[in-house]
Design a protein around this ligand. Structure first.
Ligand SMILES: Cc1cc2nc3c(=O)[nH]c(=O)nc-3n(C[C@H](O)[C@H](O)[C@H](O)COP(=O)(O)O)c2cc1C
Length: 180
């Protein structure tokens, strides 16, 4: 089997720190990773962490001269799988509604392979009808949700909305890649 290529999208939640472990585990499994970060994600973890763990520059902008065809097109074409972890309420809303106002949301629309999302947010946000509507829409659109789990939340609360652990996301990615 040729070497697998995945895109890891990182959006603006505290759980972004766990995605660094995910990218490291993917690299150790000999899977090529391109990390794409939203502006908000970069408030939580620096792009340099993902660049060094993946051994590749991190894509952050739609208009990037190193991708003459458009970063969303070039990254989408070479990937076997697209996983967004953490997926914010904002990203779920944008992707459920087809908005494309930054690199990650545009890439979601440009990508035709399997998409996984690992939502993470506080329990109140997760319980909102608007968020649940968007999740149901995405599942109907063939997106596979991973979690979220119940447990400790960074807002110092217990409840539903905790991002699944990197190992769980990794094994879901590997199972999906093996099924392609
Ligand atoms: C300290 C802090 C933690 C946040 N954690 C989350 C989170 O876990 N999940 C979430 O959906 N939004 C969270 N937000 C809000 C998002 O960062 C915000 O909605 C942002 O616009 C998301 O942008 P993005 O989807 O483009 O990354 C948090 C904001 C702050 C200031």
């Amino acid at each position: 089997m040729s070497q697998r290529e995945v895109v890891i999208g990182v959006t603006g939640g505290v759980a972004a720190y766990k995605t660094a472990t995910l990218v490291s585990r993917l690299a150790q499994a000999d899977i090529q990773v391109t990390t794409v970060m939203t502006d908000a994600a970069q408030q939580f973890v620096g792009a340099a962490t993902f660049a060094s763990l993946s051994g590749r520059p991190v894509a952050t902008h739609l208009f990037d001269s190193s991708y003459p065809l458009g970063a969303h097109i070039e990254i989408a074409r070479r990937a076997d799988l697209f996983c967004v972890a953490p997926a914010t309420a904002d990203f779920l809303a944008k992707s459920a509604n087809g908005l494309a106002d930054d690199l990650l949301s545009t890439l979601y629309l440009a990508f035709t392979g399997p998409v996984l999302m690992a939502p993470a947010m506080n329990a109140e946000m997760w319980a909102q009808p608007a968020v649940q509507r968007n999740v149901h829409q995405l599942i109907e659109d063939d997106v596979q949700m991973i979690g979220p789990e119940e447990g400790w939340l960074s807002c110092r609360d217990q409840g539903a909305g905790r991002m699944s652990e990197p190992e769980t996301i990794l094994s879901t990615i590997i199972d999906k890649l093996n099924s392609l």
